[in-house]
Design a protein around this ligand. Sequence first.
Ligand code: NAD
Length: 496
Amino acid sequence: MVAALLKRLGVADQAHSRGDHPVHTPIDGSRIASVELVGKVQTTAAIDHAQRAFEAWRDVPAPRRGELVRLFGEVLRRHKADLGELVSVEAGKITQEGLGEVQEMIDICDFAVGLSRQLYGLTIASERPGHHMRETWHPLGVVGVISAFNFPVAVWAWNTTLALVAGNAVVWKPSEKTPLTALACQALFEQALKAFGDAPEGLAQVVIGGREAGEALVDDARVALVSATGSTRMGREVGPRVAARFGRSILELGGNNAMILAPSADLDLAVRGILFSAVGTAGQRCTTLRRLIVHRAVKDEVLTRLKAAYAKVRIGDPRQDNLVGPLIDRQSFEAMQGALAQARDEGGEVFGGARQLAERYPNAYYVAPAIVEMPAQSAVVRHETFAPILYVLVYDDFEEALRLNNEVPQGLSSCIFTTDLREAERFQSASGSDCGIANVNIGTSGAEIGGAFGGEKETGGGRESGSDAWKGYMRRQTNTVNYSRELPLAQGIVFD
Ligand code: NAD
């Protein structure tokens, strides 16, 4: 079945049937393919190739570069159902979320096509007579993309579409847990290249590899930008290494996202918002809701409603009519159980969290999402466990809620449910949430591509996707032109 799916997506048989790295589906743990992992030598060869492609591509006019991305968007539209299904098979996302991830790719293609005619610089008033100043944006070079298992296709598309219209070449190292979706993206991109006609060879490549391939991208001085998505642990290694060679990086790392639930909130809306953010993708989104900071006055009612909703959540095969699919692997399950045990030790009261469907799927890891009432924001709450655990903390006054929201090392997403305008505005003010994303009456997950995406503190500070995130993929040049017959100096300096 997977072989037929890969065939429809244009992936050659030998790409997924040879090699000694097994690929398992988290749906039942069975082996669905085997791929070859490449190391430093092949990654360096891909960078050589990409560097040559970059030197040709940078001179192609940006709107023409946009045409390639437009064609890619069309290919994606035609293959949305198949690619979405492959995301479900390889990453375990429910059908709706697999399709949503491909839609996000299509959306960023559309955004990038528009952008290809809008890479605007400034004109700046010069203090010298007969001079003008402007700012121009130029392509950067080879962009290395390192991505995580949980958004196996969209994160690559966010980076690659912007990088390409910006005039760069791309080398992508996907997660070793999701190589098949990466091979499929590459095959689909090649269809767009074919339709485009004369793009330089090696413009966008994929290297299926582990840490060694990632490190080759990180350490190669020709890789002008490394955009790395994954755990804070990975970012701690990658960030300083890229900085040591004065390369640029965009780091999109772990989150520990909170909702403040105020007494004035529309509780129907809030419960639905909590459910999607905390339970969706089986808690395996960087923006998953992990902390509910609820006002004492509504805590009991909210918890009663939440527990009732949690008890009804359908767990199982993500391609069937279920809302929660599997965790990615056994390691992830063990990390979840370890966190629940630690939470109990730290005074937490645990609801849910047990393994499900173990008899039917002995080699897959389905869990009931957990709600854990905590007496305080203790060590386990401050740590990101990549599984569906929602810690509940109670507050009495709004300042305390804000303090709890900000008092964790990560700073990705946050939200408040309130109908009090003062609270809503304060939450989004300079002294409000310290996160990259701060929403009102919307959960923490499910961002649109139009905004810049990313977070502060241990989330890494990177921004990608919409708004002016494209500037991260280009180099800025300040130009001053003298069209007079004099040579006046800035700051009025006389140097005769
Ligand atoms: P991970 O850190 O284990 O792996 C991510 C990628 O980094 C993989 O491709 C891996 O091979 C590579 N890698 C690991 N160590 C490396 C090194 N030393 N040098 C170069 N590459 C290296 O993460 P994961 O388990 O795949 O994904 C889950 C994590 O990703 C969570 O922490 C989640 O919050 C985070 N995430 C963040 C965002 C975001 O936008 N902020 C988005 C998705 C996932």
